[in-house]
Design a protein around this ligand. Structure first.
Ligand code: GAR
Length: 218
């Protein structure tokens, strides 16, 4: 059965665009049924509207608790009958109760080679640490922030001349490849998460998931 995908955003939505494009090219065997933003001015909302996808704004500043916000978010996802929930630059911390409700169904993309650099300013932190490589990780969401099982990582070398902005651009290119790829595997029932363990074609995936290097796509 065609999977129903909901995408949660807070900003530009370039990852959302990559997913919209992959669906329209039939590289993802699924349907984006809803895009939700916690910010009314997120540019990603326009991207969704241009693709005739239903949008909803749940302005987090209208809520006086995380629990109340997450309750409405949960209701919207249930009403949309979402099978797969994709966090694409969604910059809200979710309550444990919400995360557990959607265990094995919710994905996030994070701009670092997890488990390194959870949280913010990931690229600057990788440069400051003089790391040789940086990248991004697509992982299932668990109650531990940026801590869930990793499905795939995109990797690029850090050049000595790279600043955080240049590195972000390289990593974004990888994000736009690996996120649609992972979603396509889920929609084809190749990748599954059971009790926060990932299986690819029924085989347990190793801890850091699949890898893609920017060198392989240039
Ligand atoms: C992406 O780089 C994503 O990895 C990051 O936000 C950006 C959203 O870009 N997510 C996080 O930092 C989550 N902790 P986009 O709106 O253009 O897709």
């Amino acid at each position: 059965m065609t999977k129903r995908i909901a995408v949660l955003i807070s900003g530009s939505g370039s990852n959302l665009q990559a997913i919209i494009d992959a669906v329209s090219k039939k590289q993802i065997n699924g349907e984006i049924v809803l895009v939700i933003s916690n910010k009314g001015d997120a540019y990603g909302l326009q991207r969704a509207q241009q693709a005739n996808i239903e949008t909803q704004v749940l302005q987090h500043t209208d809520y006086d608790s995380r629990e109340a916000f997450d309750k409405d978010l949960s209701n919207a996802l249930i009403a949309a009958k979402a099978d797969v929930i994709v966090l694409a630059g969604f910059m809200r911390i979710l309550t444990e109760q919400f995360v557990n409700q959607f265990q094995d169904k919710m994905l996030n993309i994070h701009p670092s080679l997890l488990p390194k650099y959870k949280g913010l300013n990931t690229h600057q932190r990788a440069i400051d640490a003089k790391d040789s490589h940086a990248g991004c990780s697509v992982h299932y969401v668990t109650a531990e922030l940026d801590g869930g099982p990793i499905a795939m990582q995109g990797i690029t070398a850090i050049d000595v001349t790279d600043d955080a902005e240049q590195l972000a651009q390289k990593v974004h290119r990888l994000e736009h490849i690996i996120y649609p790829k992972v979603i396509s595997w889920i929609c084809d029932d190749q990748l599954t998460s059971i009790d926060n363990r990932l299986y690819f074609n029924s085989e347990l995936l190793d801890e850091t998931g699949f890898k893609l290097s920017l060198d392989d796509v240039q």
